[in-house]
Design a protein around this ligand. Structure first.
Ligand code: URA
Length: 264
């Protein structure tokens, strides 16, 4: 039987790590003026059907979840119940399943991607396709798992043809993610790709330039450090050692921040 350390070593190799050399400690950059995300509040997985069914319009009353219901949600389960019927933007009517997010409701480490793809839309779970397999490996190599972190997206319904969500779609959905973040209270957020960095932190500079550089956001009166890194789908497309090593460094910086002694 394969020794667990062997699997870990193989995963590290896949991520481009060729030797284990202690990296100099990366301190978060001095806090910048914290961008103030707009709290514009507009408004769970059986096996996927073998054949995708056509969209069936809801039979009950349809309304965008009232902002008050989103704010009143005291748990992630409450929040999910309040918003999973959302038809507030054009993505709603096209979805198979609402992809709320999953993981430890009190996770210290939160990953935020862009939006569900085909596999996620079918299963109602984030990052379950090829990019998700890689994300799972990276999370595992860090010493965490899906169950000990939390994974969410900027939009909770699949954009057609996996296109980038429009700013309107993202803004319509962002209030839900903000409430999720307020309830989870993560110590660090890792944004995957350009879209979550833009929508959560208001930063439009290229991810290639900004990855690895600590940012900060303010949600629910808390300042949260954000580590931007490449999206796993990009890593799969650009499967070079440089890209894989960059992501590994970013994830390690996030873990080091979590592991720092209290009060430092
Ligand atoms: N890509 C994302 O950004 N999110 C997912 O959930 C899956 C793929």
């Amino acid at each position: 039987m394969e020794h667990p350390l062997q699997a870990w070593r193989d995963t590290l190799r896949e991520l481009g790590v060729v030797g284990l050399v202690r990296e100099p400690r990366l301190e978060p950059a001095a806090p910048q003026a914290a961008p103030q995300p707009v709290h514009r509040v507009v408004p769970e997985a059986p096996l996927p059907p073998a054949v995708p069914k056509a969209y069936a319009p809801p039979t009950g009353p349809v309304a965008c979840p009232p902002a008050a219901a989103v704010q009143a949600a005291a748990t992630l389960a409450d929040l999910q119940r309040a918003i999973e019927g959302c038809l507030a933007c054009p993505l709603g009517p096209g979805r198979m399943k609402f992809v709320f997010g999953e993981g430890d409701p009190a996770a210290r480490l939160l990953f935020v991607g862009e939006g569900p793809g085909r596999d996620e839309d079918l299963q109602g779970r984030p990052f379950v396709g090829k990019a998700g397999e890689l994300l799972d490996k990276m999370i595992g190599a860090l010493g965490f798992s899906r169950e000990t972190t939390y994974i969410a997206n900027i939009v909770k319904c699949r954009p057609p043809d996996n296109r980038t969500p429009t700013p309107e779609e993202a803004h319509t959905c962002l209030g839900y993610l903000h409430r999720q973040i307020e309830l989870i209270r993560p110590d660090v957020i890792v944004t995957l790709g350009a879209t979550p960095l833009r929508e959560l932190a208001g930063i439009t500079e290229g991810i290639t330039k900004l990855r690895g550089q600590w940012q900060r956001i303010q949600v629910g009166g808390r300042e949260i450090p954000v580590m931007p890194t490449f999206h796993p789908a990009y890593v799969l497309r650009q499967y070079t050692q440089d890209v894989r090593r960059a992501v590994w460094q970013d994830l390690q910086a996030a873990k080091e921040w979590l592991d720092r002694p209290a009060g430092s």
